[in-house]
Design a protein around this ligand. Structure first.
Ligand code: NDP
Length: 451
């Protein structure tokens, strides 16, 4: 980056920090995008004149509300709920809902900002949004989760709609929570409409939606490897997390001949040197979705190693798939991955790599690194397909949806190659995804004039 562009980036980021004090995750997400967009728009005066990047960093609106519910002992509990409606230039706001004690306005603003670019990359008409609450579903009974979801939707319902804002799941929000929230929405508005995605198959859900994010992450890796005439077959794979994205990422890797040797949760990781089998993976899915237990139990059940309080990035591997949460690959973790000569990283989780770690990884020109906005766009891609199916009042077969998902990811890979190719032929996937995602939203904003 030229010196004057470095200065411009710094000035821009100072403004972002001044307007959004105490929001480090949001600053990080904006910086990751601005690093590529500031140089890209340097010779395109219209973007600067119309302050497109500045406008993109300001959410259209943020709704914050009280969620009051009653626990099983009859105590009144109070949480805070949010919906960040970031940008609806290319379609209704679209993005998941996260229930986790770490949820703050900063976290949701970073996710909504990222989502806007990701949704643009899918090629489908979806704007960006994100919501959630600091509610912790862990240790809560099923009825408590139901009462919380109903209370959350009692306020949220007035701000969303199939043509306005269509939430989905994220950390802590799976099929069970989507069911409770959709039920409450339907009761309040007395309409059966596609206002949430990730619904059950019996009430308007799409086939392959549950699998889509993890599958998409693997498809993105497959496309990067194919581009370099390689494949997943025979590669040793390290996966973090053991939730929705991680388990379906592991499943697809195994289908394509990869050997998955780790899974994790917030208490540590398991290292299965023999590699997961479908049977073991199904055991994990049952553990996490039904019994709601800890990954350590896997080590006891199958006699593998458990590394308490650690992340799996030091395990020797060819491919790495961070699928748990933000900033889970720090500089020291990236050093281990680089030292182990890892060939590829595909980000299933949102913003899992810290800026210092990205910098180190990018220096290693033979390490393929797909950013989350490209590598985990399969989830929202199939959510977009769920919206289409709801509008058509149809339900496509698993095969049909999977073919479309594969096309969406291929389209994203192609855009990354088009906009991320460097003069020496190297593909900068971060730059490619940022520029391609930005372009479509920016053009729509310009078409609307100043607003
Ligand atoms: P789940 O709630 O199903 O699983 C989350 C997993 O990550 C769990 O294993 C959890 O462990 C672990 N985890 C969560 N927080 C931490 C933490 N602070 N440190 C270590 N481990 C942690 O969520 P998803 O699989 O849906 O989401 C995972 C990531 O993928 C998130 O970044 C999400 O935003 C992203 N994503 C999800 C999409 C989807 O369709 N679901 C779409 C696109 C992105 P524990 O149980 O101990 O908390």
């Amino acid at each position: 980056m030229a010196d004057n562009q470095e200065d411009e980036l710094e000035r821009f980021m100072e403004g972002v920090k001044r307007r959004n004090p105490g929001e480090p995750e949001f600053h990080q997400a904006v910086h990751e995008v601005a690093m590529d967009i500031v140089p890209y728009i340097a010779d395109k005066p219209i973007y600067k004149e119309l302050m497109i990047l500045e406008r993109m960093t300001e959410p259209d609106r943020i709704i914050s509300f009280r969620v009051t519910w009653e626990d099983d002992q009859g105590n009144i509990r109070v949480n805070r709920g949010y919906r960040v409606q970031q940008n609806n230039s290319i379609g209704p706001y679209k993005g998941g809902i996260r229930f986790h004690p770490s949820v703050t306005q900063s976290v949701l603003k970073f996710l909504a900002f990222e989502q806007t670019f990701k949704n643009s990359l899918t090629g489908l008409p979806m704007g960006g949004g994100k919501g959630g609450s600091d509610f912790n579903p862990k240790g809560k009974s099923d009825r408590e989760v139901m009462r919380f979801c109903q209370a959350f939707m009692t306020e949220l319902h007035r701000h969303i709609g199939p043509d306005t804002d269509v939430p989905a799941g994220d950390i802590g929000v799976g099929a069970r929570e989507v069911g409770y929230m959709f039920g409450q929405y339907k009761r309040l508005v007395n309409r059966f409409e596609g206002v949430l995605t990730g619904k059950g198959l019996e009430f308007g859900g799409s086939r392959i939606r549950t699998e889509a994010t993890g599958y998409g992450t693997v498809y993105m890796m497959e496309d990067m490897l194919t581009h370099h005439k390689e494949s997943i077959d025979g590669k040793i794979c390290v996966v973090s997390g053991s939730g929705n994205v991680a388990t379906y990422c592991a499943k697809k890797l195994m289908e394509l001949g990869g050997k998955v040797v780790t899974l994790s949760d917030s208490s540590g990781f398991v290292y299965d040197k023999d590699g997961l089998t479908l049977e073991k993976l199904e055991w994990v899915m049952d553990l996490k979705e039904k019994r709601r237990g800890r990954i350590e139990e896997f080590a006891r059940e199958f006699g593998t190693e458990f590394h308490e309080g650690e992340r799996p990035w030091g395990v020797p591997c060819n491919l790495a798939f961070p699928c748990a949460t933000q900033n889970e690959i720090e500089l020291a973790d990236a050093e281990k991955l680089v030292a182990n000569n890892v060939r590829g990283i595909a980000e299933g989780a949102n913003m899992p790599t810290t800026p210092e770690a990205i910098k180190l990884i990018q220096k290693k020109r033979d390490l393929l690194h797909a950013p989350s906005k490209a590598a985990n766009a399969g989830g929202v891609g199939v959510s977009g397909l769920e919206m289409s199916q709801n509008s058509l009042r149809l339900q496509w077969s698993a095969g049909e949806v999977d073919v479309r998902l594969r096309e969406i990811i291929k389209g994203i890979h192609d855009q990354c190659v088009e906009f991320g190719r460097q003069s020496d032929g190297h593909i900068d996937y971060f730059k490619g995804a940022n520029v391609a995602g930005f372009n479509k939203v920016a053009k729509a904003m310009i078409a609307y004039g100043v607003m």
